[in-house]
Unconditional design. Structure first.
Length: 189
């Protein structure tokens, strides 16, 4: 007795129908996994016109055996906000102009706001070096989640570092500011 499978794989068409016979069998030996090194970022006491040192970071680690790789997107629920008020630290505009979609150099301590930089595996090319920053996509302003890591390939323990930066003006209200950041990792097939 013999068993035969997929003797005629392929795509077939006739008037009014299509048949795709056969199936791809892709067995992954790499399970999908996503970790974030720290779930709480504390800038400590901020000094106007001074970037915190050292800048706080998170490490994102992704393993994905899916044939299409993976994507990690991010957003913030709102800009950093003084607890119990509508007062906020705005998202950075960098030294000249950056947004949630465009990175730019941010080294000038006379430019205020909150932003992030990415370095490591599979990060967007817009992060040319450690001086390039972006705003987080603001969910409260209906901005679209932005890709922070992405690959079309299978990968194990792909690591990227998120570096957070904040700078406040001398007139910024004192107090505890907070927001929530979301990182969403999705395998693609």
């Amino acid at each position: 007795m013999d068993t035969v499978g997929q003797t005629a794989p392929g795509e077939y068409a006739s008037s009014g129908f299509y048949v795709k016979a056969g199936f791809p069998y892709i067995k992954t030996i790499i399970a999908f996994a996503f970790t974030i090194s720290d779930l709480s970022i504390d800038f400590g006491t901020l000094t106007p016109n001074v970037f915190p040192s050292p800048l706080p970071t998170n490490t994102l680690t992704v393993s994905s055996g899916g044939a299409g790789g993976y994507n990690v997107v991010a957003n913030e629920n709102h800009p950093l906000q003084l607890q119990g008020t509508a007062t906020n630290i705005p998202d950075t505009n960098c030294d000249t102009s950056c947004s949630e979609t465009t990175a730019a150099v941010w080294t000038n301590t006379d430019k205020y706001g909150f932003g992030y930089n990415m370095s490591g595996n599979d990060v967007p090319a817009a992060f040319v070096n450690s001086t390039y920053y972006k705003q987080f996509a603001d969910k409260s302003a209906l901005e679209t989640n932005q890709v922070v890591m992405s690959s079309n390939n299978v990968g194990k323990n792909r690591v990227a570092t998120v570096t957070y930066k904040v700078n406040v003006s001398p007139t910024q209200s004192a107090g505890n500011y907070e927001n929530s950041l979301m990182f969403l990792a999705t395998p693609t097939y």
